[in-house]
Design a binder for this molecule. Structure first.
Ligand SMILES: Cc1cc2nc3c(=O)[nH]c(=O)nc-3n(C[C@H](O)[C@H](O)[C@H](O)COP(=O)(O)O)c2cc1C
Length: 283
């Protein structure tokens, strides 16, 4: 997909470049410009644009229904699902106990294979999130240090980590991780007020990962209906590959991580749905 910005419409407000998770939008003299290389095609630039200046392959993004209050219950459910975003910008306020309880309940009431109800949640809030981010940054810094020299980057390329084989990308990420240790940045959890880690027993639960995925998505939808944003953080899950590292952050040694996601009152406003490729339906 090709993302472009109409310069005559763009007001150069900078909202799209702040929102862009792959940081591939440049604020130039008169209008923002999208660099399609490195772009993950998430459409966030177009969804947050207050003047609808972004085009995908020449087309506008699908608009939200004009009057959300007049939707039927089916349309309202479709809208809730399709407007759920990976939010990376949060208000500082902590979650209220009432909201947090409702979100946890959505997870607890979710289906599990053979109804074993074996998922569990570790919830980090406030300063605990910064401490968790620092622990994970320390692990990741071991890898970005390898990427700082050309031989290390060649290895990254061989390992299929093409994006981190790029000098500029790996150096930028390394710096951000260092700042995380000083409490000045958080490229992992985006300074979210809360982080949830769902776990399942290592042994005897064939569908543990699936069960955590279902519970997590239900929790994030319950959050979204309360204007609480969330974002799955696969990066953190990958970083916590060793049992030693997992137990350091409080995960019992007989449990595995199923899903990690942030929670926080959203500070981003979305006006449209994203552009998504269709599945090739096999009938
Ligand atoms: C399994 C999974 C892992 C993800 N891990 C990360 C992550 O580590 N960091 C991040 O910023 N976003 C992460 N995301 C969010 C995706 O980048 C996001 O879903 C995608 O860009 C589409 O945007 P949307 O969710 O707002 O529609 C993850 C999403 C999924 C499904």
């Amino acid at each position: 997909m090709q993302f472009t910005i109409i310069p005559e419409t763009c007001t150069n407000c900078g909202i799209c470049s702040t929102e862009c998770p792959s940081k591939t939008i440049r604020k130039e003299e008169n209008a923002a410009r999208i660099i399609n290389e490195g772009c993950i095609e998430c459409s966030h630039c177009g969804m947050v644009c207050p003047v609808n200046a972004v085009r995908v392959d020449g087309s506008e993004l699908p608009a939200y229904p004009a009057d959300l209050k007049s939707l039927t219950k089916e349309e309202a459910a479709d809208h809730l699902i399709q407007s759920k975003r990976s939010v990376r910008s949060y208000k500082k306020a902590p979650l209220t106990n009432e909201d947090l309880k409702a979100i946890i309940l959505a997870g607890e009431k979710s289906a599990t294979a053979t109804n074993s109800q074996h998922c569990d949640a570790l919830i980090f809030q406030g300063g605990e999130v910064a401490a968790l981010a620092s622990s994970i940054a320390r692990i990741l810094l071991k890898f970005t240090r390898i990427g700082l020299n050309p031989a290390g980057r060649a290895l990254m390329k061989l390992a299929g980590l093409k994006r981190y084989a790029d000098k500029e990308v790996v150096t930028g990420f390394h710096r951000l991780l260092q700042k995380t240790l000083e409490g000045k940045a958080d490229p992992l959890f985006y300074q979210a007020p809360a982080v949830v880690i769902l776990t399942y027993p290592k042994k005897g639960k064939r569908f543990g990962l699936t069960d955590c995925g279902i519970a997590g998505e239900n929790m994030m939808l319950a959050a979204h209906s309360r204007n609480i944003g969330s974002c799955m953080i696969g990066f953190a899950q990958v970083a916590l590959f060793s049992r030693k590292q997992r137990s350091r952050i409080g995960i019992p040694k007989d449990r595995q991580i199923g899903l990690i996601f942030t929670l926080g009152y959203s500070d981003s406003r979305y006006y449209r749905y994203p552009a998504r490729k269709n599945w090739s339906h096999i009938i």
